[in-house]
Design a protein around this ligand. Structure first.
Ligand code: NAD
Ligand code: DAU
Length: 340
């Protein structure tokens, strides 16, 4: 099998490529990535020269390049991780989110139709369901929960999901969609909550918690997301949506305090700052469908996953220090300047 992994130099796509090139040595994985600020070839360094791996730099919105790649490679499966992914950036500048997250998906699916593939898989997110109230822990997102988005990021991902289902119904394209909860683990860009807090705590810098820190996210260790996608791509039913999550709900404050405790740093580093506009209150996934239909089970709990993640950040300082020493410093100063 030949598998196109778009966005494979990012956090989840990178973990997917690292895991799957080893799990399926008989398959070839081609990563297509534009190397935006979030893409990092250092993530892929250990597999760059593997015989079943190839990297191509390019934009999923570039129709000519995408067509040429599909014509040359004749992919069996296409898995689309490529996206603009940071909610705060989408609040500041929505345009690129609409271009990449919607039009990029159209470009890929048009190529799938033109050149023929066994399946197109869209990596989506729980954010398409909007949020749940904090005082109803009994409520979870199922695949039937209506789409109800809050941010330009989640609206762009929801639009893509609808387009994917439209290509299935109208053109008969074989598609699957996965909607996962918040991921964490190695190679996570330090603009996101967990790596941001680890890197700042290690430098004894203040930790900016939005609002009162009571918002809840449902955390999943990244390789558990990767194994779920692999199962859906190979065994999932065409035209279906699968929710992915491991029942690991935590408030942001709980997450930050867990990190501080593990690093032996004081809670006085916590600094409550102005809230994110439109901030979703709570996400919580019901993964019954993927568990019962495909037999998926996560390997990590939050306790085991966060420990492994913190160890990785301690042992791989070079990877994230390269990032935070560069352009990232301007990003942090700009993004957080009005939050104090
Ligand atoms: P990321 O921001 O770490 O990586 C995105 C990657 O896509 C980068 O390598 C970037 O260079 C690449 N990219 C961006 N625009 C591109 C374009 N136009 N053409 C080609 N490549 C482009 O993102 P992530 O956290 O790894 O998320 C991957 C996917 O998973 C996204 O679709 C996201 O919506 C979804 N998702 C993320 C989470 C999470 O918690 N991070 C949870 C559920 C779903
Ligand atoms: O749920 C899946 C989504 O998870 C993915 O689709 C997104 O691509 C991914 O970025 C993530 O979105 P969130 O907005 O939940 O992640 P983020 O790490 O930005 O924030 C997690 C929570 O922490 C959220 O409630 C906001 C809060 N937060 C975040 C940052 C960056 C803070 O309190 N302070 C911060 O500095």
């Amino acid at each position: 099998m030949k598998i196109l992994v778009t966005g494979g130099a990012g956090f989840i796509g990178g973990n997917y490529a690292l895991t799957m090139t080893k799990a399926h040595p008989e398959d070839t994985y081609v990563v297509l990535d534009a190397l935006t600020y979030a893409g990092n070839l250092e993530t892929l360094a250990s597999i760059m020269n593997e015989p079943n791996f190839k990297f191509v730099k390019g934009n999923i919105c570039d129709r000519e390049l995408v067509d040429q790649l599909f014509a040359e490679e004749q992919f069996d499966y296409v898995i689309n991780f490529a996206a603009e992914t940071h909610v705060d950036r989408s609040v500041e500048d929505p345009g690129i989110f609409l271009t990449t997250n919607i039009l990029g998906v159209q470009t890929l699916m048009d190529a799938c139709r033109k050149y023929g593939v066994k399946r197109y898989h869209q990596v989506s997110t729980d954010e398409v369901y909007g949020d749940l109230p904090l005082d109803r822990p009994d409520l979870l997102f199922t695949e039937e929960t209506p789409i109800h988005t809050s941010s330009p990021y989640s609206a762009s991902k929801a639009a893509a999901d609808l387009l994917v289902l439209a290509y299935h119904r109208t053109y008969g394209l074989d598609v699957t969609i996965s909607r996962c909860s918040n991921n964490y683990g190695p190679y996570h860009f330090p603009e996101k909550l967990i790596p941001l807090m680890i890197s700042r705590a290690l430098a004894d810098e203040s930790l900016p918690v939005y609002g009162d820190g009571a918002n809840v996210r449902d955390w999943l260790y990244v390789t558990d997301h990767c194994t779920a996608i692999d199962l859906i791509v190979r065994n999932g039913r065409s035209g279906e949506v699968y929710n992915i999550g491991g029942h690991n709900e935590k408030t942001n404050l709980e997450v930050v305090k867990t990190i501080l405790k593990a690093l032996g740093k004081p809670e006085s580093l916590i600094h409550f700052v102005k809230d994110r506009p439109g901030h979703d209150l709570r996400y919580a996934m019901d993964p019954t469908k993927i568990e019962t239909e495909l037999g998926w089970k996560p390997e990590y709990t939050f306790d085991t996953g966060i420990q492994k993640t913190i160890e990785w950040y301690l042992e791989n300082r070079e990877w994230w220090e390269h990032i935070i020493k560069g352009e990232y410093q301007n990003y942090y100063a700009e993004m957080y300047k009005d939050r104090n």
